[in-house]
Ligand binder design. Structure first.
Ligand SMILES: Cc1cc2nc3c(=O)[nH]c(=O)nc-3n(C[C@H](O)[C@H](O)[C@H](O)COP(=O)(O)OP(=O)(O)OC[C@H]3O[C@@H](n4cnc5c(N)ncnc54)[C@H](O)[C@@H]3O)c2cc1C
Length: 204
């Protein structure tokens, strides 16, 4: 059994995202003549203040998350985004390429005893899965004994309006701690590219 840390990697973002949003938004006012090197920030601030968030849909980003599978059950409830996720139907963790072991994300436990109990449960789960696979069980059936904290990879692609909505809900104190953790990682990736759009999420 392997334990890995959650992570977020920016795969793609609209180039010069804030300039693109300004270019699009100024069509409404026919004020393209006011575009200067530093005008995008002020314009986007005004757009967001007025609630004209449809304009910021003209930029988007794709982020690859490595995280707990349970966290992704919450993530995919965000319907305006697009996803591709590692499949427990098609990936056979009994194969050499996966090291013949399962990979998990350790939750933030408070005590050593909790960690020990969890580690025992993970080993039992792994053993049950590999035994089923050895007995010619298909991964899509054997997966029923895998834990919620199985490591998964998921790509989330969304426009900036949806990312803002995601960050608002998922960096808030009410969000699950492991969801907050990766939502903050994602916000930190987008802020340097679009500091005005994501200003509300500095420093989270
Ligand atoms: C702290 C927390 C606890 C939660 N607990 C639970 C829980 O116990 N059980 C549970 O089932 N879920 C729970 N959720 C999930 C929650 O109910 C939403 O499904 C999830 O947050 C996605 O929110 P959303 O629909 O606003 O976002 P998105 O799907 O990303 O949509 C973005 C926005 O687009 C608009 N939109 C999208 N689809 C429609 C539509 N069909 N009609 C009209 N407008 C639309 C809305 O304005 C929406 O806010 C929880 C979420 C949070 C943050």
């Amino acid at each position: 059994m392997k334990i890995v840390k959650p992570s977020a990697t920016l795969l793609w973002i609209t180039p010069d995202a804030e300039k693109m949003i300004e270019r699009a938004g100024r069509v409404a006012y026919k004020s393209e003549d006011l575009i200067t090197e530093g005008s995008a920030g002020k314009f986007i601030h005004m757009i967001i203040e007025k609630g004209h968030e449809a304009v910021i849909e003209h930029a988007s980003a794709s982020i690859l998350f490595v995280c707990d599978r349970g966290v992704t059950h919450e993530m995919v409830r965000h319907r305006i985004a697009s996803y591709v996720q590692e499949s427990t139907r098609y990936c056979n963790y009994g194969k050499e390429k996966f090291g013949k072991e399962i990979t998990v994300i350790q939750p933030p436990f408070d005590t050593e005893e909790q960690v020990r109990n969890w580690t025992n449960a993970m080993r039992i789960s792994e053993s049950a899965y590999l035994t089923l696979i050895d007995a010619s069980c298909k991964p899509q059936i054997a997966r029923s004994v895998l834990p919620t904290c199985l490591k998964t990879e998921i790509i989330m692609t969304a426009n900036f309006r949806e990312w803002r909505h995601f960050f608002k809900l998922r960096t808030a104190p009410a969000a699950h701690p492991q969801m907050r953790e990766i939502a903050k990682m994602a916000a930190a990736l987008l802020v340097p590219h679009a500091p005005t759009v994501f200003a509300d999420f500095i420093p989270f």
